[in-house]
Design a protein around this ligand. Structure first.
Ligand SMILES: Cc1cc2nc3c(=O)[nH]c(=O)nc-3n(C[C@H](O)[C@H](O)[C@H](O)COP(=O)(O)O)c2cc1C
Length: 209
């Protein structure tokens, strides 16, 4: 992807204490499609990304989400506008798992372009942030052959559920989106062919509580 040399935006350290229990988060979790355009904080984004793929075992480099053979086929992109995340400009950012940081992948607000290839689900550009989870199948199929593809799909489900639960615990809204045109999403995100978009999850404050 060539983002290795770009300056990193270091995210605040994630917290392991929340204001509601896991059981409450499971009970309250809902797909919410109405967002206010208000920005989310860097701490909130940090928390969401940590829950999606953050490192939770620093010695073995294991992550918040299980992965077949710890092959970690998922890559996370954050799509945002000018006033989406406090002190972060508009663009597409790549989540760097090892450093819990962001690197700018492409400058500019592409949320409207993204919404057009996500069957005009307008909340894609109404939400301040869209988390895009892509799979790189070969990381897992190298070890598991074609069965590895199924493992990637299972893993993205784990990641998506963690986003749902973390968003709920933070009082934020989200919904798992998979109805989109893969190739066009890749084009909007300026990604190579090996990146397969699997889930798009808008995140923001709910318009109705
Ligand atoms: C694999 C998958 C794909 C989904 N795709 C979409 C989608 O493209 N658009 C959408 O609005 N909701 C989508 N959803 C959300 C479901 O509509 C939602 O989970 C369902 O209505 C149950 O509601 P709940 O999540 O509030 O329990 C998807 C959910 C899953 C698990």
């Amino acid at each position: 992807m060539g983002t290795g040399q770009l300056p990193r935006i270091h995210l605040p350290s994630p917290s392991q204490k929340g204001s509601i229990s896991l059981e409450q988060a499971i009970a309250q979790r809902r797909s919410i499609r109405d967002f206010t355009p208000e920005p989310i904080s860097q701490s909130q984004l940090s928390q969401i990304l940590w829950a999606t793929q953050g490192i939770t075992d620093t010695s073995a480099r294991l992550r918040a989400v299980p992965s077949a053979g710890a092959t970690y086929p998922l890559e996370i992109f954050v799509v945002c506008g000018q006033n989406s995340i406090e002190e972060i400009g508009e663009g597409i950012y790549h989540y760097n798992v090892a450093h819990h940081s962001l690197t700018l992948h492409h400058e500019g607000d592409v949320r409207l372009d993204l919404a057009k290839v996500v069957l005009y689900q307008e909340f894609i550009y109404e939400a301040p942030v869209d988390i895009v989870i892509c799979g790189l199948y070969q990381r897992t199929t190298l070890d598991y052959g074609s069965r590895g593809e199924r493992y990637v799909h299972m893993e993205v489900g784990h990641a998506g559920q963690n986003i749902y639960l973390q968003a709920t615990a933070l009082g934020l809204a989200t919904v798992a989106i998979s109805a989109f045109y893969d190739e066009q999403v890749r084009e909007v995100l300026r990604l190579d062919k090996q990146y397969k978009p699997l889930y798009i999850m808008p995140v923001g404050k709910p318009a109705r509580s």
